[in-house]
Design a binder for this molecule. Structure first.
Ligand SMILES: NC(=O)c1ccc[n+]([C@@H]2O[C@H](COP(=O)([O-])OP(=O)(O)OC[C@H]3O[C@@H](n4cnc5c(N)ncnc54)[C@H](OP(=O)(O)O)[C@@H]3O)[C@@H](O)[C@H]2O)c1
Length: 287
């Protein structure tokens, strides 16, 4: 098995696959990231997919998890384009599970969204993800390679909470005006990646989220309360452009409530953390 982009989630995923008896190669760019893999039983392969020839990437008949994000600018994903070229040169994989994002739906004005919703990405970060999906679909259609697309919501885990942001006293948008957002616990995402590789029908797309959307403000307030930190100050939405980062502002322009019905019903996933309360209780004990 090959994990393209074997970072935070890739390491959790690789460790699980190795424990289940698989031989796993993790592709990363940096020496620092590569050094984290052998202790987990993952064979590191250092390769900058945007620049290096993929000579040692043994993709023929492989199970490939694609977790590498697109570069930070533009509306296309050249990394995925080059990965598909690498498949042609090195051998076509059996199946690709792509970890994308729910950003492809764009702003849905707080409506419930399932996988039948037509994607309408507007932010460049979301257009890059849509480009990756489209390229992979074209690859699958042309080669017969199997493909599963996971549209992943905001990832959290005990060591991946916005503690530093809360401690710095940065404001959040007032509860009444805050957009809807969605989350998934990292441990559940790993289980879902494995299930998608093992048993999802090819061509399937799944929303990957815990099924209990809340507002961004609710998320920050609940993490602060669970961690015993002061609640962040609330500001009117109209003040956000002056007071929050451009990245956060881009997320504040989108509001959607994602359904995970297909994930649960079709893929038969049983979430360990079906809501934020369960996830935070796992971190802080009874939050
Ligand atoms: N944050 C969220 O809430 C969220 C939500 C939905 C989806 N996602 C996506 O989920 C995926 C996994 O997330 P994560 O937290 O595990 O990300 P991560 O820790 O940043 O890992 C990404 C990995 O991709 C590698 N990579 C990046 N560019 C590369 C290139 N040009 N060539 C080869 N390797 C490259 C990085 O290598 P180096 O470490 O060596 O740079 C890193 O190991 C990402 O695509 C992320 O965008 C995240």
């Amino acid at each position: 098995m090959i994990i393209i982009g074997c970072g935070y989630i890739g390491r959790l995923l690789g460790r699980k696959l190795v424990a289940d008896g698989a031989a796993v190669t993790g592709v990363v760019r940096s020496a620092e990231s590569a050094a984290l893999l052998p202790p987990l039983g993952i064979a590191p392969l250092r390769l900058d997919l945007l620049q290096d020839p993929p000579a040692r990437l043994a993709t023929a008949h492989a199970d490939v998890f694609h977790l590498a994000p697109p570069p930070g600018a533009g509306r296309e994903d050249p990394l995925t384009a080059r990965l598909i070229d690498a498949f042609a040169a090195q051998g076509q994989p059996r199946r690709v599970v792509y970890v994308g994002t729910t950003g492809v739906y764009g702003d849905c004005r707080g409506e419930w969204v399932d996988e039948t919703r037509r994607p309408a990405p507007t932010a460049d970060r979301a257009l890059r993800r849509w480009d990756a999906e489209e390229r992979l679909r074209a690859w699958s259609a042309a080669t017969g390679g199997e493909l599963v697309i996971l549209r992943v919501a905001g990832i959290y885990a005990c060591d991946r909470l916005p503690i530093a942001r809360i401690e710095s006293g940065q404001p959040v948008v007032s509860a009444a005006e805050a957009p809807w957002s969605n989350r998934i616990h990292a441990a559940d995402l790993v289980d879902i990646c494995v299930a998608a590789m093992e048993r999802a029908p090819t061509g399937a797309v799944y929303n990957v989220c815990d099924g209990e959307p809340s507002t961004m403000t609710d998320y920050f307030l609940r993490v602060a309360a669970a961690a015993g930190l002061p609640a962040p100050p609330q500001i009117p939405l109209a003040e956000a452009p002056d007071k929050v980062s451009a990245g956060m502002l881009s997320y504040l322009r989108e509001s959607r409530r994602l359904s995970n019905h297909k994930l649960i019903q079709e893929l038969g996933v049983r979430l360990r953390y079906p809501n934020l309360e369960a996830g935070l209780a796992g971190c802080f004990g009874g939050a």
